[in-house]
Design a protein around this ligand. Sequence first.
Ligand code: ATP
Ligand code: MG
Length: 417
Amino acid sequence: MRNLQPVRGTRDILFEDMRRHRAVMEAARRVALQYGYHEIATPVFEFTDVFRRTLGETSDVVTKEMYTFPVREEGDSVTLRPEATAGVARAFISNGLQQQIPVKAFYTGPMFRHERPQKGRLRQFHQVDVELIGVAQPVGDVEIIALAQQFLEAIGLGGSITLELNTLGDLESRKAYRAALVEYFNDHLDSLSEDSRERLHRNPLRILDSKDSNDAQVVAGAPHFADYLNAYSTDFFGQVREGLDTLGLPYTLNDRLVRGLDYYTHTCFEFTTDALGAQGTVLAGGRYDGLIETMGGPSTPGIGWAAGVERLAMLLQQDTAPPRPIAVVPAGKDAEKRALQVTQDLRRQGFVVELGYSGNMGKRLKRADKVSACAAVIMGEDELAADAATVRNLDTGEQVRVGLDALSEHLRGYQQR
Ligand code: ATP
Ligand code: MG
């Protein structure tokens, strides 16, 4: 085999890591359920158009980051999903879900982007996502943000995150702002990076999001969206903020916050932390009222967010240690057979039990230590004859003889089930 390393930007998620992943996903699922969101799954790949037409032809994701493959039999191409909302919008249309609005969906899974790997930035990463489809009222925005906040609190990040909030207005406002930006940036062409000059006519809003330090200076003097919002957009944003205030959810206004994808309107937001260096955004989302219609579905508003599981797993403030097992330790051939039965019996009753596979008692006790068992159930000739076992508390070394019929009752003191 040529290369046994995982592909650059991908990684194996082993035991302790996976427990942290799982804890993040479970917390999201639990909180989403409290808000009445139910789990779905969509395919990991979709026809390329699903992403190309919706994320914006000039977005970084579409121009540089998609994994796209031809599919022979259809004469078409498919793309590994770089994000999830477009696929869910596609599923909303395919399944005729407009009959069921509001649709409240939660899901989780891998995403694929061909970008430069670094800490907190992978080519295959995982997200938890929620979408609220069919609600045009600002209370939808408030609920989806409150859900995000409660989820981040549930994994112990309540104190270390900031909610940044902005509005991208409706189409009319965006058009007016866009014109003002083009005019302003045209006056500062010389100071702009080549990338940003490129963006100027295709999507000037994205210049606001530039990571280039020279651009940042120009951006600092750029017109502000607030001055171009029409009355409807201003009022909508006002109601979202009022809702957040009502719930006592703190936020920071950031009118340079734009999202990387084209389909957003009105509210957009990010939860950030400074605990992760450059990759500080852990959760991001916004309203996408035009998306479903753009895809050929019925005009339907939507709002949602996505959170990066890897980034959150790094920050998780939660003990994910599995329960300490009980080790069954037989000594001798006959005892092995009986121990196998006892082990199985205990497992059926819900105990977490490790059975040594081989070796003498000393070796098996060592193994019990290694898996940090809380107790050893020792079964030798003597115990067999008495239909009993010796239970050793592996923390204190204390031992007691227990009849097999009373064993599970006794072990309940070690493992709460
Ligand atoms: P960034 O600004 O970090 O590139 P983004 O705006 O591209 O993020 P979104 O498309 O909003 O990210 O995805 C939502 C979340 O998914 C991000 O906030 C981040 O936590 C996570 N995420 C995005 N790209 C990656 C990646 N390549 N590796 C790991 N996590 C990622
Ligand atoms: Mg990105």
